[in-house]
Design a protein around this ligand. Sequence first.
Ligand code: 4NP
Length: 159
Amino acid sequence: MIKVLFVCLGNICRSPMAEAILKNLLEKEELSKEVIVDSAGIGHWHIGKQPHEGTKNILDQNKITYEGISARQVQDSDWDRFDYIIAMDTQNMEDLRAIREKNDVKVRLFMDYVEGEESNDVPDPYFTGNFDYVYDLVTEGCKGLLKEIKEQNQLKEEK
Ligand code: 4NP
């Protein structure tokens, strides 16, 4: 079983959106049992909360469920539990590296999976309000990530 963790600052906008979208893609490809997805935040402010209204709205519009998704904070045991830890922006990546004392980080940047984009950051819609643009970026990135996961783990190809 392959385990993926998305990490952003608050765990209410970007990373739960990525969690819901990747779970939806896995469901469609019948890979939900092979790949487990979770998300977490650097900050503790929203622990236990559902995703932000903006994230819920755009997921609803696209008929993607976020049932059962609630915010939690990153914890040290995540490094042992997850195979892929994906930071939504460079600050999240730096924060993850600072939290982790051991120098064995396996953190990747989400934007590495989005082709043709200059920026290394998924812009934070908590501050920009642009959930539509973030939805497009996150959908692209989740598709790219899933492709890599399938290649690296020799999972079955899309039907
Ligand atoms: P996220 O957005 O990191 O994409 O979940 C944020 C949500 C909340 C806060 C910051 C960013 N906040 O400062 O409460």
